[in-house]
Structures are given as C-alpha cells and as structure tokens.
Ligand binder design. Structure first.
Ligand code: NAD
Length: 314
C-alpha cells in the first residue's frame, strides 16, 4: 500500500512544486486549496476545492477514497502583506485554520495505527526586534507583523500537539523563496522575485527594498525529504543576497534592457516589515539533517528561471 499525502495550499507556488515532486514517488495525493488545485500528470491524486477555515470542510479531506492521510503538508496561508492589511482575516487563515487542521489530524490520526506526520510551513517572519548578526537555534522568535504572529502561534500548537502525542509534527521555517513562478504573491517580500521575473518577461517591476533569498528548486527537494529530527523546528537553509546581488544577476542574464525595467519606490510598510526580518542564518543544523542549499549565488537561479520562461514553465 502506498503512502497517502495531503497537501493544503496545493494550488499555490510551493504546493504545486511539491505535488509535482511527490507525484514522481509512489504516493497517493489529496490536493486541497480554496482554488481548484491542478493534478500533476501521471499521479494518483484527488483534488478538493475547500475553504480550510471551516472544520466540516476539513473533515471531508480525511474521508476521500484514499482514507486518512499518513502525512500532511500544511502549506495554505495568507501571505505577509495580506495578513498585515487584514489582521482578523489573516489570523483566521494563518492561525485558526491551522488549529482546526491539527485538531482534525488528531481526531482522525489517533484512530489509525500510526500518528499523522504534520509538516507545517512556517517562515523567517517569526523573527523580529533586535536580532543578532546571525540567527541561530537559540535566537528567540518575536515577530513584528501579523503574518509572523500567525506562524509562531501555529508553531506552538504543532509543538504541543506533538508533545501530547496527537500528531507527529515538523516545523519548517522557510526563507524567502525566489524566483516565484506565476503571478506576484500578496507578500511583502514579493518584489524579491518580482525584480527578476517581470523584467525577464519584458515588464516593469517596482523595488521597495529587501535581502533574503533561496531558490524554489532547492526548496521543493527539501520539502519532499524524509528526515529524522531531534527538534520540531528547523530553519531551512538558504543564502543571503542583497537587492544589488539580484540586480547584478538580472543584468548578467537579461542584459541592460531587463535591468532598466526595475524601478525604485520606497514603501514604508514593506520597508518596516522586511527590515524586521533576519537575513543571516546559521545553517549548521539543517545541513546536518541533509538539507541542501544552492551553490553559486543568484546568477544560476536567474538563468534557470529564464530557461523556465523559455520552456513555458513560468
Ligand atoms: N514562498 C515563500 O517564499 C515562503 C516563505 C516563507 C514561508 N512560506 C509559507 O509556505 C507556504 C506556501 O507558500 P506559497 O509561496 O506556496 O504561498 P501561495 O500564496 O502561493 O499559496 C498559498 C495557498 O493557500 C491557499 N489558501 C489561502 N487561504 C485558504 C483557505 N482559507 N482555504 C484553502 N486554501 C487557502 C491559496 O489559495 C494559495 O493557493 C505558506 O504557508 C507560506 O506562508 C512561503
């Protein structure tokens, strides 16, 4: 019998990449999102259009023809700018619905022989306030935005549900992932992908400010890894790149015409939120678990993204 994996937020950027990656393994997929998710080619998958803020709708995900999932990747959410601008709605999706998901995983999972693995996508936005030069596993998380608050509050519940033996939780604190395919996200960090993606497509892009980057290919591999954890939280490894590093890579790959499509405009909300996030992490723990970080800085990432555009994948 193959494993059954439920992915929430399956129509999103990472959910789609993860579905495609897992479809190459022998797993059955339950793909859930408020937007109808795409089923990856050649996979054993059901897609469910669902609002995950309602417990009754969540329960239906445990009653498909595939039965109770063994693993849940909990990826759905409202991104940082959306959560900051609509505090109550942001918390409803980024915290209340995660708690409902955990409770459902507890109710259905404890009827099964093994606990459900609950893998929660958190964010570097859990950090804020005065930060050390390099964030380590000892750095205390004190978010300065509604998005980071929702993520940290959810992390606490994943931890407690795991400690009580209700689920087998894992928390992945993701850095900002670039280059994002498709439309811009409602994220304060959206410009980090936008200043590469839009100019390479011949479209103007606005840059408010920012600096923490990682690549989607490394991340899809990382999310799909099996890994033994000694702690429930791991900051997935990334590398630090400045906006200047990004623009240099854009110019090398797309030339001056692409670079000239980036405009600079200061946005105080973006500046405040982005500057509250850390840009340097001690990757030792994540690397010791076998996670990888892309070598070579921004240029190979931008080159791969241009190949994706040329191949009609982005
Ligand atoms: N992409 C990044 O750079 C990054 C960085 C740090 C953390 N994360 C986290 O990783 C996860 C995935 O990120 P992403 O970039 O794929 O985001 P995304 O915005 O592309 O996808 C999120 C998905 O959640 C869905 N969703 C929102 N509200 C819902 C609801 N009520 N019911 C059902 N589905 C709902 C959306 O329709 C969307 O498809 C998110 O939780 C995000 O906070 C992402």
């Amino acid at each position: 019998m193959s494993n059954t994996v439920l992915i929430t937020g399956a129509a999103g950027f990472l959910g789609s990449l993860l579905s495609e990656t897992l479809a190459t393994f022998n797993v059955r997929l339950i793909l859930a999102d408020i937007v109808e998710p795409k089923s990856p080619k050649s996979s054993d998958a059901v897609t469910v259009k669902v609002d995950l803020t309602a417990r009754e709708s969540i329960d239906n995900l445990f009653k498909t023809q595939f039965g109770v999932p063994d693993t849940i990747y909990c990826l759905h959410g409202i991104m940082s700018r959306g959560a900051e601008e609509n505090f109550d709605f942001g918390l409803q999706v980024n915290f209340d619905s995660i708690r409902l998901m955990l409770q459902a995983a507890r109710d259905f999972g404890t009827q099964s022989a093994t606990l459900i693995k609950f893998i929660f996508a958190s964010s570097l936005a859990v950090y804020g306030g005065p930060l050390p030069h390099t964030v380590t596993s000892d750095t205390i998380a004190t978010p300065e935005g509604a998005y980071g608050l929702g993520k940290l509050a959810s992390e606490l519940f994943v931890n407690e549900f795991s400690r009580r033996g209700f689920v087998d939780g894992r928390i992945l604190r993701l850095p900002t992932i670039a280059v994002r395919h498709g439309a811009p996200a409602a994220a304060t960090s959206a410009f980090i992908s936008g200043i590469i993606r839009e100019p390479l497509k011949g479209i103007e892009s606005l840059c408010p400010i920012g600096d923490s980057l990682d690549s989607p290919r490394a991340r899809a591999r990382a999310l799909a890894r099996q890994f033994p954890l000694h702690s429930r939280v791991v900051c997935l490894p990334g590398f630090t790149a400045t906006v200047r590093d990004e623009l240099d890579a854009l110019e090398k790959v797309g030339g001056k015409p692409a670079l000239d499509l980036v405009r600079f405009k200061d946005d105080p909300v973006s500046r405040r939120l982005v500057s509250s996030w850390p840009s340097r992490f001690d990757n030792t723990y994540a690397l010791s678990l076998g996670f990888v970080v892309d070598e070579g800085g921004m240029e190979p990432i931008v080159r791969r993204f241009r190949e994706d555009i040329e191949a009609g994948r982005a």
